[in-house]
Design a protein around this ligand. Structure first.
Ligand code: 5GP
Length: 215
């Protein structure tokens, strides 16, 4: 569906670490051209194979806090001892250009975005079960047992906040999950909160008909 000059939708994708969000987002970007992915800033160390400016903008605590002070982030949070934040300029620019901007962020950030942008779309991606989540975290092979335990405990805390999201999407079959997310984004374009201009115009036209009929 075309945007017809509408501003893009601000989409928040959250999910437990290991839910496969990254893969869902990658596939979404490959298969549909209406999306732009925001690259976050973080103070965590790059994992093997991660590149600065691709997965994240990797930085140190001092620079991160300077960016906060300058108002350069839309939101930020501390997650497992590291800062993560969304740079403001890119998001504003892409939304203005009509792109649907994806923020792949955790729950505190998601709630913060909903407060600032009530018309944003919050989706929670989850594996079909907790057992499957643990299997995926262990299978990834990039984290120590301690980090995995930490992430599972964080997942347990995060599960308390799922109701704050607009939709929950189960990532069992990747292709199905990607299409489900895409359909939800398209459906949300038809929500009255995102068609304010259209509603205003049709109201004015109807109003002028009514006035004409009264003459
Ligand atoms: P990871 O270290 O596994 O890449 O990310 C850890 C968590 O931080 C994930 O839940 C991820 O979605 C979240 N995250 C990544 N970037 C941001 C951000 O800019 N803001 C917030 N609030 N969370 C983020």
């Amino acid at each position: 569906m075309k945007n017809n000059g509408q501003k893009g939708i601000l989409i928040v994708l959250s999910g437990f670490s290991g839910a496969g969000k990254g893969t869902v987002v990658k596939k979404l970007l490959q298969t549909h051209d209406n999306y732009a992915l925001s690259i976050s800033m973080t103070t965590r160390q790059p994992r093997e194979g991660e590149q600065d400016g691709v997965e994240y903008f990797f930085t140190d605590k001092e620079q991160f806090e300077k960016t906060i002070a300058e108002g350069g982030l839309i939101e930020y949070a501390c997650y497992c001892g590291n800062y993560y934040g969304t740079p403001k300029a890119y998001v504003e620019e892409q939304l203005g250009a009509g792109k649907d901007v994806i923020l792949e962020i955790e729950i505190q950030g998601a709630l913060n975005i909903k407060k600032q942008f009530p018309e944003s779309l919050l989706m929670f991606i989850t594996p079909p079960s907790a057992v499957e989540l643990e299997r995926r975290l262990v299978g990834r092979g990039t984290e120590t047992a301690e980090v995995i335990a930490n992430r599972l405990s964080r997942a347990s805390e995060e599960s308390e906040g799922i109701e704050a999201y607009d939709y929950i999407v189960v990532n069992d079959d990747l292709e199905e999950c990607v299409e489900e997310v895409h359909e939800l984004v398209n459906a949300s374009r038809r929500s009255p909160v995102r068609r304010k201009e259209f509603i205003k115009e049709i109201r004015e036209e109807l109003h002028s008909f009514t006035k004409g009929a009264q003459k």
